[in-house]
Design a binder for this molecule. Structure first.
Ligand code: 13P
Length: 263
């Protein structure tokens, strides 16, 4: 159980928020907090995932911070390269714009936009081949949890992608466990439940890849400044994927600080 040597990740998933002026202000406020009291990149990686249209502008703004803050795409096309694919943004195009990270498999994409296993595999393959680091999201629904199937569902979501990930590419994957019933609901899974699930995920990863012991496993689902310290204290919770609370600079800063101080 060397998982506590993993540098934690705190990533803000802005989803379809905010409008441009508010986004720019949010970043300025966050950078100002880091100016007052910095958080060392050795203690916590920080990322922000804005809307597709804001990626390059947000990146330019983040690159100007007093420490590395990664810009993360919220999604990527299942189509590789360039071509006659109206409306798509490929992994190569992200890479070409110096966007090095991407979320794949968020439950909102799976549930609302038809991202099934085949589509997710194509997205993952394209992203990894283009040299991006993938934050792969998994998580069960309330119904699945109530049926006692949570663990099976989550482990299956990892197995789903195993066939398309090359051995050395596992080191470019971060896993985010986001139980659907805890997203945007204010209902956080208890730290003990999250830790137990993360330990199972880690066991599953270790069986699939030699990098399993060193992969970061993030938790997402109503993470706030108020519950971050307790979550961060768990050995297999290596960071957070934060929705709502990442839209407030102070909250997001406090969450990053909680994880930075915990390890
Ligand atoms: P909330 O933090 O708003 O629950 O969202 C979690 C999430 O979906 C992050 O990807």
């Amino acid at each position: 159980m060397s998982s506590s040597t993993i540098t934690p990740w705190v990533v803000g998933n802005w989803k379809l928020n905010p409008m441009r002026a508010d986004a720019l202000q949010l970043i300025e406020e966050f950078k100002a907090l880091l100016q007052q009291q910095s958080i060392s990149p050795e203690h916590c990686h920080i990322g922000v995932a804005p809307t597709a249209i804001a990626l390059t502008e947000v990146k330019a703004q983040l690159d100007d911070a007093n420490r590395k803050i990664y810009t993360v795409a919220q999604d990527v096309s299942r189509i590789a390269g360039t071509g006659a694919y109206t409306g798509e943004v490929s992994a190569e195009l992200l890479k070409d714009s110096q966007i090095e990270f991407v979320l794949i498999g968020h439950s909102e994409r799976r549930e609302l936009f038809g991202d099934n296993v085949e589509i997710l595999k194509a997205k993952l393959q394209n992203a990894l081949s283009a040299g991006l680091t993938v934050i792969y999201c998994i998580g069960e629904s309330l119904e699945q949890r109530e049926q006692g199937a949570a663990e099976q569902v989550v482990l299956q979501q990892i197995c789903d992608i195993a066939a398309v990930v090359k051995a050395e590419q596992w080191q470019n994957i971060v896993v985010a466990y986001e139980p659907i019933w805890a997203i945007g609901t204010g209902k956080t899974a208890s730290p003990a439940d999250v830790q137990a699930m993360h330990a199972k995920i880690r066991e599953g990863l270790k069986q699939i890849t030699a990098f399993g012991a060193d992969m970061a496993i993030l938790y997402g689902g109503s993470v706030k400044a108020e519950n971050a310290v307790e979550l961060a204290a768990c050995p297999d919770i290596n960071g957070a994927l934060v929705g709502g609370a990442s839209l407030n600079a102070e909250s997001f800063y406090q969450i990053a600080k909680a994880f930075a101080q915990s390890k």
